[in-house]
Write a protein that binds this ligand. Structure first.
Ligand SMILES: Cc1ncc(COP(=O)(O)O)c(C=O)c1O
Length: 413
């Protein structure tokens, strides 16, 4: 059936109807990373490896849940999320964080994006200030902006967020008599920069947050996917669970399609966030399925397997980059996560390289989308997580050709 034209709901009518927040966001829908439709080699989206998706483990856990607790799994579970998953997360997190995490500190969310959205909804008023490390995850920057908050960018270097820059921005807000509601950051396996913030900077961040009476929103979407060694303790853990809300996700360690994640923080704050939810909480059924995967050990085994897969993919990427792209870019080796953040030679504009790569059937993310001001940079983000192992070399070879082409053009100008 062909789509009917909407004569009544034209743009003017819609604009008259929608909220201020909706107006800030505008009509275009947030294009979160999706698998590509065509036969391309994609280094674009922060998506998990496809062959290792744990369908069998999910089926096994779902069967157990239906056999054992069908009634509870198919009823409303409450705004904090299904109790068995909250308990499993609290117990598992106590081990990972090295501090006791209580069930009342945990709220299950529909992915970490939803967690970030609900924190913003609970804390932000128009005119508030949020400090965001720069570069950053575009989805979060867009959400923060949509609540009318102003974002002050905090610069990063090769180790991550610069704490002197953070102090400067906190002082700047204080001098203007303005309130910094929170500092949003991705300290571990950052998106897009790939870096992991060292312990001394984490400790300084917490000191500064305490001094300025503000909170840290710690996005840990990739934290568990380390390759060789555990990253430093989270900001949540270092502050004894007091100064940070940590949002985490099952998207990258199980599957993005589940839309399941969690937020952990001071219990009274988590309670206020949950109080805002009208949706009766995230999926009880899926929550119980994940709780079962944690209980029977499948999740832990899967994560160990993923660490090996992503480490091998990164190795292959680096090998190919050495061979085909070494003349055109540099990068810091990531300790985990999904991303390589390439700094291009100054004569190579990221947009031109992206276009030239696209003409060769290779898709990549270019720098400006990761900066709040959208200013042109000469960075490219390569996700090595989703691309098939056997396509990596070919994809990087074509990317090298694209860089060579852009380099030759700019030399000829
Ligand atoms: C840094 C970061 N935070 C949050 C998300 C949102 O993920 P999800 O809502 O699937 O947990 C992503 C997704 O790519 C991300 O990269």
């Amino acid at each position: 059936m062909s789509e009917q034209p909407h004569s009544y709901w034209d743009d003017t009518r819609i604009e008259e109807l929608v909220s201020r927040r909706s107006k800030i966001l505008g009509p275009s829908v947030w294009a979160a990373a999706r698998p590509d439709a065509g036969p391309v080699i994609s280094f674009a989206g922060g998506l998990p490896d496809i062959p290792s998706l744990p369908g069998e483990a999910l089926l096994r856990a779902a069967r157990t849940v239906i056999d054992r607790e069908q009634k509870e799994a198919l009823e409303y579970g409450g705004t904090f999320g299904p109790q068995p998953l909250r308990e499993a997360i609290a117990e598992r997190s106590s081990g990972i964080e090295g501090i006791p995490v209580g069930v009342d500190q945990v709220m299950v969310t529909s992915g970490s994006a939803h967690g970030i959205g609900t924190v913003c909804e609970t804390l932000l008023d128009p005119g508030d200030i949020v400090l965001t490390e720069s570069p950053n995850f575009p989805g979060s920057m867009r959400t923060i902006r949509s609540f009318g908050a102003e974002q002050y960018a905090v610069p990063m270097d090769e180790l991550g967020l610069r704490v002197d820059g953070l102090e400067e921005q906190l002082d700047r807000a204080a001098q203007a008599g303005r309130r910094v509601k929170f500092i949003y950051c991705i300290p571990t396996h950052q998106n897009p920069a790939g870096c992991t913030l060292p312990l001394d900077r984490r400790e300084r961040m917490i000191e500064l947050a305490r001094e300025h009476g503000t909170l840290i929103l710690e996005d840990d979407a990739y934290g568990e996917l380390w390759f060789r060694e555990n990253p430093p303790p989270s900001l949540f853990a270092l502050s004894g669970g007091e100064q940070a809300i940590k949002v985490s996700s099952f998207s990258k360690i199980i599957a993005t399609g589940l839309r399941m994640g969690w937020a952990m923080g001071p219990a009274p704050l988590i309670s206020r966030i949950a109080a805002l939810r009208y949706d009766m909480g995230s999926s009880v059924f899926l929550g119980r399925v994940i709780a079962e995967m944690i209980r029977n050990g499948d999740l832990e085994r899967h994560i160990v397997n993923l660490r090996g897969i992503y480490a091998r993919k990164l190795e292959r990427m680096e090998d190919a980059l050495r061979r085909y792209c070494a003349d055109y870019c540099t990068y810091q080796q990531p300790q985990g996560g999904f991303f390589l953040w390439l700094q291009l030679r100054p004569d190579l504009a990221s947009h031109a390289v992206q276009q030239a790569a696209m003409q060769r059937g290779v898709i990549i993310g270019q720098g400006p989308q990761f900066f709040a001001d959208g200013q042109a940079t000469n960075h490219l983000r390569l996700a090595f997580s989703y691309v098939a192992m056997e396509d990596i070399e070919e994809g990087v070879q074509r990317l090298g050709e694209a860089m060579a082409e852009v380099g030759a053009k700019s030399a000829g100008k």
